[in-house]
Design a binder for this molecule. Structure first.
Ligand code: RTP
Ligand code: MG
Length: 139
């Protein structure tokens, strides 16, 4: 039994559309524990640091415009295999390919506006959690 932590975002589309509560409920019902939570708004510079691996790609400008357009809910989630479990709950990056019942299927409109983010591996999770949350903000 090793507890793992991952980083999650309710993206601007889902906050604006009023799906934050349903997404938090889905997380809690899945057994993942919310151990950090804030409402914030990304600036372009913060977005570039966060998505550093995507800066320079063809879709980055669109990604930054979207991620900075309004408030986001950012979270630290904890549980056994939290990284994979949260990605399974979200579903595929493109909502059109996401399984029925997943969050991106339920709330995503397109590959660009896909409702949620989740860390993809332990090194990313460590970086992303630390990028947004200090020790006093994680329980
Ligand atoms: P995320 O990082 O947001 O959890 O998504 P992901 O791992 O499933 O996908 P990733 O490859 O890391 O891409 C990051 C985000 O960039 C947007 N994107 N747009 N228009 C496009 O072709 C395209 N490709 C990716 C998506 O919003 C994706 O979530
Ligand atoms: Mg990613």
């Amino acid at each position: 039994m090793t507890l793992e932590r991952t980083f999650a975002i309710v993206k601007p589309d889902a906050v604006k559309d009023g799906h934050m509560g349903e997404i938090l409920t889905a997380i809690e019902q899945s057994g993942l524990k919310i151990v950090g939570l804030k409402l914030t708004r990304l600036t372009p510079a913060i977005c570039q640091g966060f998505y550093h691996e995507h800066v320079g790609k063809g879709f980055y400008a669109e990604l930054e415009a979207f991620m900075t357009e309004g408030p986001v809910a950012i979270m630290v989630l904890e549980g056994e295999n939290a990284i994979l479990r949260w990605r399974d709950l979200m579903g595929a990056t493109n909502p059109a390919n996401a399984a029925e019942g997943t969050l991106r299927k339920r709330f995503g409109a397109s590959i660009g506006r896909n409702a949620t983010h989740g860390s993809d591996k332990p090194e990313s999770a460590r970086f992303e959690v630390g990028y947004f949350f200090n020790a006093f903000e994680q329980f």
